[in-house]
Design a protein around this ligand. Structure first.
Ligand code: MEV
Length: 430
């Protein structure tokens, strides 16, 4: 029997669940239905809001929403919201916030905010004629989108430039209109795509065959920068010079080797994605753009940089961050709105700074652990409760085992051994 269906989206939510559970959980329909419904929100209107975000919603997928307090950015205090399932990320952010808060805090700035949209087309005719046609059409292209751009222009945004690009050396007969936008406090995806489709419609001709019109997530001119620095001696670890040297080497290694750079940047994205998600922004767009930027030299490299010079330790990041604080889910999702309120309602530029800081903080935490005690010590301590939940340990067992491992290294097998040893015994906390 095949497991396919047509018209799934037209079924009611109840009918969708019935179909899914009877088709894929025929031995355990009741339990499967129970799990899906257990995560429904009791408040009908809130559930309806989530149902409406996407097609075919049957439940909600929770991930933890945590707060990393004590961030000082450009001399202003922040408690940063993070939506993430990985055990150690919020703890690491909080530790690093406190560490750098005591050393002058983070300095952050936005270097540029330009967004890009492209109209890709095929043209087989004379290049001279295409250039002339483009010059003649340019004012008309601007006029064609006036009804869409007028509100954005009132906010100081709009279309900055429209350029004809000859891409025929990369692909036969391929050209594009490369368009630069300023979208102020919105991420601007819908605005950009609507403009592009209108411009493409105006620009097309018998000879100009439009293939597609879409924004680009590669935004090397929409960059935030965050930095920390202090005297090497103030790094306040056992041997500060050695620490600074190893830390610098760790960043240099990420610059020299794409395997390491990928993991290094993954650690940065732990911090970035968590804030991007918590503020209702599009973390896939940010991920794609960050990794493309990491490869902009032609080789995939570290997004962060470190320099130890004249007794000063400097560590910084430059990363493209196309973020919004209005539009999209930012004001629609109640927790995204809460996050922005918690961040004291930042502009898009300020949010770019905060997110860059979250990435740098996470990278600092990872490299500090990796170059000193190793990553597993802290990571496994945080993961211990997940292991105990997986073993279905009761409250007393959890208390006993947390105490037991307070001064011992945590490994999965060791936790299982201690847990098994407790079976049939009444655990006593040390
Ligand atoms: C784990 O999620 C992230 C790290 O692997 C990052 C790194 O290696 O720099 C710890």
């Amino acid at each position: 029997m095949n497991k396919r269906i047509s018209g799934f989206s037209k079924l009611s939510k109840e009918e969708k669940i019935n179909w899914v559970t009877s088709t894929y959980f025929s031995n355990n329909e009741e339990e499967a239905t129970y799990i899906l419904k257990k995560y429904w929100n009791q408040k009908q209107e809130l559930q309806q809001l989530h149902d409406d975000f996407i097609e075919n919603t049957v439940s909600n997928f929770y991930i933890p929403y945590g707060i990393a307090p004590n961030f000082v950015i450009n001399d202003k205090d922040y408690a940063i919201p993070m939506a993430i399932e990985e055990s150690s990320v919020v703890a690491a952010a909080s530790l690093v916030a406190k560490f750098w808060g005591e050393r002058g805090g983070f300095k952050a700035e936005v270097l540029s905010t330009q967004k890009v949209g492209q109209i890709h087309f095929i043209y087989k005719g004379d290049k001279e004629y295409l250039n002339e046609y483009f010059a003649e059409m340019l004012p008309k292209l601007h006029i064609s989108v006036k009804d869409i751009t007028k509100n954005m222009e009132k906010r100081g945004g709009g279309i900055i430039d429209i350029e004809l690009r000859d891409k025929t050396s990369e692909l036969d007969n391929y050209y594009q209109l490369h368009i630069i936008f300023e979208t102020k406090d919105s991420m601007g995806a819908n605005f950009i795509n609507s403009c592009l489709e209108k411009i493409a419609n105006t620009f097309k001709s018998e000879q100009i065959d439009i293939v597609m019109s879409i924004l680009s997530n590669y935004l090397p001119n929409c960059i935030a920068r965050a930095e920390v620095s202090c005297k090497v001696e103030d790094l306040a670890v056992d041997k500060p010079e050695l620490f600074a040297q190893k830390f610098e080497q760790a960043v240099a290694i990420a610059n020299a080797d794409p395997h390491r750079a990928t993991t290094h940047n993954k650690g940065i994205m732990n911090g970035i994605d968590a804030v991007v998600l918590a503020t209702g922004n599009d973390f896939r767009a940010i991920e794609a753009g960050a990794h493309a930027y990491a490869a902009h030299s032609g080789t995939y490299k570290s997004l962060s940089h470190c320099e130890v010079k004249d007794g000063i330790f400097r560590f910084w990041i430059e990363i493209p961050l196309a973020l919004g604080t209005i539009g999209g889910l930012t004001n629609l999702h109640p927790l995204a709105k809460f996050s922005l309120d918690l961040l004291q309602n930042p502009s898009a530029r300020e949010l770019m700074e905060i997110v860059a800081v979250a990435g740098l903080a996470q990278n600092f935490a990872a490299l500090r652990a990796l170059t000193t005690s190793g990553i597993q010590k802290g990571h496994m301590k945080m993961h211990l409760t997940n292991i105990l939940n997986g073993l279905k340990a009761n409250r007393d067992q959890v208390t006993y085992i947390l105490n037991y491992f307070a001064d011992k290294p945590v490994t999965h097998s060791e936790v299982v051994r201690v847990f098994e040893g407790l079976k049939g015994k009444q655990p006593k906390a040390d």
